[in-house]
Design a binder for this molecule. Structure first.
Ligand code: FPP
Length: 239
């Protein structure tokens, strides 16, 4: 296993390849998402068990509403199942020190889900070992636009000068305010792009790609990404 001091503080994961996995098996795409949610659970507990402080999973983007209605509904049902399960497994999650945060435009998701999301955030808010961010109805540009609007309001009210605006102020207006920037972004399924995920927070992130489809992704794959990360030399623009 990777030496603790070389562990990334914040890992972002793009859970890609569910549809292809299902198609290869002659199944509906929704079956790929269901299996993807199982893998999410495994990687979530594994990340916590090895001491990753922040892990962000890209579950549904602001662009994913363009998918067929049946697929969108099946993903929303998977969220409902997960939220119900999180209630049933509260003790186990507490013992693991898991804090759940949802990042994204929660106002745009079905209300029954939003209510459960708020309750889960509230219930786990005092946990500090591992924060699991679930990006739902999330878009990196949308997140920056919101932060900029908030700052513009402050300037309008005379609470800040344009010259006060800096990177820290923008970071503080993001859904991930108070969390470290992403150190490592993992994308399986052979695609090598960021797709509007944590675009501000990943300015200096390392990227790790794999051809494995997300429903086949294992703890070993996650560990391989951590090993590759530990071997990289991060210079943040220096030498
Ligand atoms: C991208 O793969 C995946 C999604 C848009 C949905 C991911 C959602 C889940 C795994 C469910 C998560 C649930 C919880 C509770 C975290 P794709 O469908 O674009 O794959 P493809 O490129 O092979 O078509």
């Amino acid at each position: 296993m990777t030496d603790a001091e070389k562990l990334p503080s914040h890992v972002g994961i793009i859970m890609d390849g569910n549809g292809r996995w299902a198609r290869q098996k002659g199944l509906e795409r929704s079956e790929g998402h269901k299996q993807g949610a199982e893998v999410f659970r495994d990687i979530c507990t594994h990340a916590a068990d090895i001491g990753i402080k922040y892990v962000t999973f890209y579950a549904f983007s602001t662009e994913n509403w363009k998918r067929p209605q049946a697929e969108v509904s099946s993903i929303m049902d998977i969220f409902r199942t997960f939220l119900k399960e999180a209630e049933d497994r509260q003790q186990e999650n507490e013992e693991r020190g898991l804090r759940f945060r949802f990042i994204g435009d929660i106002g745009g998701i079905p209300e029954d889900i939003a209510v459960r999301v708020n309750a889960l955030e509230e219930r786990s808010s005092d946990k500090t070992k591992t924060t699991v961010n679930l990006a739902v109805n999330y878009g990196g540009r949308d997140e920056i636009v919101r932060a900029v609007r908030r700052i513009a309001e402050m300037v309008k009210k005379g609470e800040a000068e344009p010259s006060d605006i800096d990177g820290a102020m923008i970071s503080g207006g993001l859904f991930t305010a108070g969390q470290p920037d992403a150190d490592l972004i993992i994308r399986p399924s052979g695609e090598q792009r960021l797709s509007n995920f944590l675009i501000w927070q990943s300015a200096y992130a390392e990227f790790w790609y794999s051809d494995v489809l997300w429903p086949d992704f294992t703890k070993d794959d996650f560990d391989k990404a951590l090993e590759a990360y530990a071997a990289r030399s991060r210079r943040f623009g220096g030498i």
